[in-house]
Unconditional design. Structure first.
Length: 257
């Protein structure tokens, strides 16, 4: 049995699939693919690829003459992703740390990372690694949320602010990575052609919980003594049983080519 609020490998993979299948998730992935512009013969890299949900699309764009490489530090994700893509030409799923990519200098034409830098130990180091492996005319597209922008409608705004603040300050390693993203990229030597922000809106609790883990956040708060065992269920019950609205801002950057 797992501890209250603990995320199992199965939970992690299921959450990634639910995020990708949600309307906001699909729209974000479509936009990132449009900005990335992978083409035949390219070597495309997906940092933090999870079980490899985006690799098949990348492989279709780079065709059999290119390569689609996924890198993830989670062994469970790689164990799932490797066999799932075994029959797709040019696709590889690698267990590796994004801070030290097992990839040659200037060998990648297209690279993407989505909601990954918020989890890593040193976002600047990861972006520097991306800079190292990119070809001179390569293109990088990154998307990261800024957790201070998370808003949720609830009749108890003070309690809701306490929940979102706890999430940002206690559970997300780099909660402000969205606003820092352009500076980190420029400091690493990238020339950005696009810096923009997208507000992602969720209208139902299930899709929001899949992305933000609200039930797990509340469980952690109860464990830490920040919420009473009766207050937490009441807060969640309202979100489940009433019209839901939540939103967060995601910052997107793309390198000039």
């Amino acid at each position: 049995m797992t501890a209250l609020g603990e995320v199992t490998p199965e939970d992690s993979i299921r959450s990634l699939h639910e995020v990708a299948a949600s309307t906001p998730g699909r729209l974000m992935k479509q936009e990132l693919l449009r900005l990335l512009k992978p083409g035949p013969g390219d070597t495309a890299l997906d940092i933090g690829c999870g079980p490899g949900g985006d690799l098949e699309t990348l492989a279709q764009r780079v065709t059999s003459s290119g390569r689609a490489i996924g890198v993830d530090r989670n062994p469970g994700h790689v164990r799932r992703g490797g066999p799932a893509h075994k029959g797709i030409p040019g696709v590889a799923v690698c267990l590796a740390d994004a801070h030290a990519l097992p990839i040659l200098d200037q060998s990648v034409d297209r690279a993407r990372a989505e909601r990954v830098l918020m989890h890593v130990d040193d976002p600047s180091r990861v972006v520097e690694e991306l800079r190292r492996v990119m070809t001179p005319r390569g293109r990088v597209v990154l998307a990261e949320p800024d957790w201070d922008t998370l808003v949720i409608d609830h009749p108890n705004p003070d309690l809701t602010r306490a929940v979102t603040l706890f999430l940002a300050t206690s559970l997300i390693r780099n909660a402000d990575i969205g606003r820092r993203l352009p500076r980190i990229c420029v400091d690493a030597g990238f020339s950005l052609s696009l810096v923009t922000a997208r507000t992602v809106v969720h209208r139902d609790f299930r899709s929001a919980d899949a992305v933000w883990g609200l039930e797990r956040v509340v469980a952690h708060m109860v464990d830490a003594g920040h919420l009473g065992p009766r207050t937490a269920p009441d807060w969640l019950h309202h979100l489940r049983s009433h019209e839901f609205l939540g939103a967060i801002t995601i910052f997107v950057v793309a390198e000039a080519t």
